[in-house]
Design a protein around this ligand. Structure first.
Ligand SMILES: C[S@@+](CC[C@H](N)C(=O)[O-])C[C@H]1O[C@@H](n2cnc3c(N)ncnc32)[C@H](O)[C@@H]1O
Length: 211
């Protein structure tokens, strides 16, 4: 998903350092200090306009959430939601998911979410998929031993690819949902894309994979 540049996005992000971590290199190893507590830290890589992380932060005040996106304009829309919801347990980070070891110490993150990640259907773009093995290397490093990735998508091709990628990496598939909304899964927080695609009748897939 590419979003048109939003005028004033930089200024908006810079004006809200209580939510936007502007020098993430300095945060490495200090995330609990930044949140001011020792609660678990969950991140969403590719958090888009922030409905999921904001909803999760509201629903789970005892967990800290970090929404991460590579697009500054997109992150500024997430900031709108965060400001509106006024929850203390959320931060936003404008960085590339492939560089997370620069900003998080080994094992500093307790859980990682990927939601409706860009499918990059062409084989020559495989390395850009967030479930490609080099991303899994990065995620594994910042998660604890046996850490988990929870992944949702409407894209059948990316879902199948990711199941294979997780398995080939040696991860355990703890749970697989082939139609999340028709299942008895409780506490699902919808993302922007999830709302859009499910309203069109698309099935939502979900997997919990453990290193
Ligand atoms: C299709 S959108 C989904 C947004 C949101 N998770 C949702 O479900 O509504 C994918 C998002 O991932 C972000 N993204 C893509 N590649 C990324 C990367 N390497 N690191 C961080 N974010 C990335 C994009 O900028 C975009 O906002």
């Amino acid at each position: 998903m590419r979003v048109r540049n939003r005028k004033g996005a930089t200024e908006l992000l810079e004006a809200n350092p209580q939510y936007v971590v502007l020098n993430p290199e300095d945060a490495k190893g200090k995330w609990h200090e930044i949140f001011g507590n020792d609660h678990p830290i969950h991140i969403e890589v590719g958090s888009g306009k922030g409905a999921f992380v904001t909803g999760m932060a509201k629903a789970n005040p005892e967990i800290n959430y970090i929404g991460i996106d590579i697009q500054k304009s997109v992150l500024s829309y997430a900031l709108d939601k965060v400001l509106e919801s006024d929850v203390p347990n959320i931060k936003l980070l404008w960085v590339d998911g492939d560089s997370l070891t620069n900003y998080f110490e080994d094992g500093e993150i307790d859980q990682l979410y990927l939601n409706f990640s860009d499918p990059w259907p062409k084989k020559r773009h495989e390395k850009r998929r967030l479930t490609y093995k080099t991303f899994l290397d990065t995620f594994k490093q910042i998660l604890p031993e046996h850490g988990e990735i929870h992944f949702k998508t409407d894209n059948r091709g990316l879902f199948e690819y990711s199941l294979v990628s997780f398995s080939q990496y040696g991860m355990i598939l703890k749970g697989v949902w082939l139609d999340l909304h028709a299942s008895d899964f409780e506490g699902n927080v919808m993302t922007e894309y999830e709302k859009k695609f499910s309203s069109k009748g698309q099935v939502i897939y979900r997997v919990e994979a453990q290193f």
